[in-house]
Ligand binder design. Structure first.
Ligand SMILES: [Zn+2]
Length: 293
């Protein structure tokens, strides 16, 4: 499943072909994806200029000059392919499987520039929705979302405040989109490992009795920033290499320290532990019980 860094990489890959460009024609090749397309979906996009391409959590947001915003979510298996006269690229080539099967191209944006942007999604958990910019604050898909993990407002004080008194595990708290938006299983495992905190630790321990951020909270926020930035950087390198890529270059999975490493030795210097896996809230947690406390 694409996580935040992948979505950010996709955004950066699509930016040059979408921003400041007009959508000439839109093809929807079925009635909908996870949800049906709005009846006026095509009409509200065709002939319109995209003034900016942003991201909120795992949503891509194409700002239209008309005042609409096109929200796009990759779901479990969604990806975009950009076809230009000089060749094709697939922004966001990461560790999640991507389909090459063109029968799964469900939405195609034909840009006035000649670029073709195809949305491919075999499992169809992705979705697209157009929302007037003025109604964004009330949009149910976005309303409950907490702060962006790489945004200025997300810091140790804020994380401590959200976790104060929470009896749930740290892992569950970090996956809660109201606490922090867009963090998924992989990067939560990586961030907890790098900050040497147990995924089973009670979330409330990020706050002192007075509600202030503990050192744990500070360490954790630092690790969240580190893993996300490293992953976005790795995605960026895969973007740069896409012309000659064999599909392996720039994969961030090569630098996972704990995720998907069950049974292998812990990468914390001087730790002699072994990476273990267990199921937590229905998801696989990878951790080292020797150095994550
Ligand atoms: Zn260890």
């Amino acid at each position: 499943m694409p996580e935040l860094p992948e979505v950010e990489t996709v955004r950066r890959g699509l930016q040059p072909v979408m921003e400041g460009q007009r959508i000439a024609r839109v093809e929807t090749r079925r009635d909908g994806l996870r949800f049906p397309f709005q009846k006026d979906f095509v009409a509200r996009l065709e002939g319109r200029m995209v003034s900016g391409l942003g991201r909120r959590a795992k949503y891509l947001m194409a700002d239209m000059e008309s005042g609409d915003v096109l929200l796009m979510h990759l779901g479990m298996s969604g990806s975009f392919r950009v076809t230009l006269p000089e060749g094709e690229s697939t922004p966001g080539d990461f560790h999640y499987p991507r389909s090459e099967n063109r029968t799964h191209d469900h939405v195609v944006f034909h840009m006035a520039s000649g670029a073709m942007i195809s949305f491919n999604d075999p499992r169809r958990f992705g979705y697209m929705k157009i929302v007037p910019r003025l109604e964004m604050d009330a949009e149910p898909l976005l309303r409950g979302l907490g702060p962006e993990p790489l945004g200025n407002e997300f810091d140790a004080a804020m994380l401590a405040q959200s976790c104060a008194g929470k009896k749930t595990s740290l892992k569950a708290a970090l996956l809660d989109q109201r606490v922090v938006a867009g963090l998924g299983n992989i990067y939560v495992c990586e961030a907890l490992f790098r900050s040497h905190l147990s995924p089973k630790r009670e979330a409330s321990t990020l706050a002192s009795r007075s509600g202030a951020a503990t050192d744990h909270a500070k360490r954790l926020v630092g690790s969240i920033h580190t893993v996300l930035n490293a992953a976005i950087k790795a995605g960026g390198s895969s973007l740069r290499d896409h012309r000659q890529t064999d599909g392996e270059l720039g994969y961030f999975q090569h630098s996972f320290l704990v995720y998907d490493r069950e049974g292998e030795s812990c990468k914390t210097p001087k730790c002699r532990g072994t990476v273990k896996r267990f199921t937590q809230n229905g998801r696989s947690t990878f951790w080292c019980q020797t150095c994550q406390k």
